[in-house]
Design a protein around this ligand. Structure first.
Ligand SMILES: [Zn+2]
Length: 418
């Protein structure tokens, strides 16, 4: 759904003097100071009011006229919150619009920390805290990049979206952006999620991740037939059939993709059984299915149905997909073309900022970038500061990589938006 009026090949060089003027750089001290403030505000998903207020005020103080964008999901999660959006208007409506996306929430604070999980402590170039790497480092980077870009004449627009609820079950913040049309006039997206540490293959920053597998989640209801437990042959054992299904799904062949590798199946959980001396008549098997381009929810269902048919189970079997607030909420796989102008702009910016070529790879898990790359059909690149212990105790981000990512994003935006 890119704007058909925009010329996606209008890559850099369009702005007055931007070819000659060096792109602005961010202030490293201010960047790390901002990161520390962000980490010190606890913001597990569904509890983001304080951090969204902070991001809003930080942008407002710098004259960027941010707006709150309501995110409401009354049916399943009863969630009410706000994304924070800000836009730099370019001079040419036909020039490309770049989306910078970062989530403000973290996972729930884990209990294993042997210090305050929101300390923001810095030691040996590592800043510690829950969400420091995933992804307050990336959030700080796009905030300071956006601020730096406000001092440049750009032809195209830059839209900054600081979104809520990425770590929650449905990615409600970016889902709402898409549903309210904010991505319709965007031409490409940068998501500053942690980079190489979550890549499919081993690599180091600077790295550009050009796609990700998708994920569907289904469960299989197995209904057997109860009988006295001393005469199992008279019943149909739902637990045994669920176990057979799990073992067969575990061995199942999945799709392959030249960039994304293979899909995968992981049986997650079996529930059911009987307490007393009866053949269990019910069981439920929950399955995680990672998919590659060419595989969809429907093909995943067809694969599972084929397995059920081939096993010829006596139990009755029903395959169901997780209830979601909207049928569009699907983490689909995507791949961004290596030749896309955004990839070119980011590659050139990386060479300019770091003096080396970026590594190219693909992300191993799913996130808001799937919504942007697949649902919103935006060429989407992940580029983020690295760290360790993501989602766990001892999470940290390398502060020099936060600054580096901010400078790469700033220069790439100048090149891409012209
Ligand atoms: Zn994340």
């Amino acid at each position: 759904m890119t704007d058909s009026g925009a010329d996606p090949t209008a890559d850099g060089g369009g702005g007055d003097g931007s070819e000659n003027d060096p792109a602005p750089t961010v202030d490293p001290e201010e960047t790390v100071d901002l990161l520390q403030k962000l980490v010190r505000i606890p913001s597990p998903y569904f509890e983001e009011a304080e951090i969204t207020g902070f991001v809003h005020d930080w942008l407002a103080e710098r004259g960027h006229d941010p707006e709150y964008h309501r995110v409401s999901e009354p049916d399943i999660t009863e969630y009410e919150g706000d994304n924070v959006l800000a836009r730099l208007e370019g001079s040419d409506p036909d020039a490309p619009t770049l989306l910078l996306n970062a989530h403000v929430d973290t996972v729930k604070l884990v209990e294993d920390w042997d210090e305050d999980p929101c300390s923001g402590r810095i030691e040996d170039g590592k800043l510690y805290g829950q969400g420091a790497c995933d992804m307050k480092g990336g959030l700080a980077a796009v905030m300071v990049a956006f601020d730096a870009l406000s001092g440049v004449e750009l032809a195209g627009d830059v839209l900054l979206t600081a979104v809520v609820d990425e770590e929650g079950p449905y990615g409600l913040g970016t889902d709402r952006l898409i549903r309210d049309g904010y991505t319709d006039d965007c031409d490409a997206a940068v998501v500053t999620e942690p980079g190489p540490v979550l890549a499919q293959s081993e690599m180091e920053n600077p790295a550009l991740l050009l796609g990700a597998r998708g994920r569907v989640f289904y469960d299989i209801e197995v209904r057997g037939k109860a009988a006295h437990g001393s005469q199992p042959e008279k019943g149909v054992n739902a637990v045994v059939d669920a176990g057979r299904l799990a073992a067969t799904l575990d061995d199942m062949e999945t799709g392959d993709h030249p960039k994304l590798g293979s899909g995968s199946v992981c049986p997650l959980k079996i529930e059911g059984g009987s307490q007393t001396l009866s053949v269990p008549e019910r069981a439920r098997l929950m399955v995680d299915r990672h998919v590659v381009v060419g595989e969809t929810k429907e093909t995943a269902r067809a694969d599972a149905e084929r397995v059920v048919d081939e096993l010829g189970l006596e139990s009755e079997v029903d395959i169901g997909f997780r209830e979601a607030p909207d049928p569009d909420i699907v983490y689909g796989p995507y791949v961004t073309d290596e030749g896309h102008p955004l990839v070119t702009a980011l590659s050139e910016a990386t060479r300019s900022v770091c003096g080396v070529d970026p590594a190219y790879g693909y992300f191993s898990s799913v996130g808001d970038f799937n919504y942007l790359g697949d649902r919103a059909d935006l060429p989407t690149v992940i580029l983020g500061p690295d760290g360790e212990n993501i989602h766990g105790a001892g999470e940290f981000v390398y502060t020099d990589e936060v600054v580096e990512v901010a400078d790469i994003v700033t220069e790439a935006a100048v090149r891409f938006c012209g």
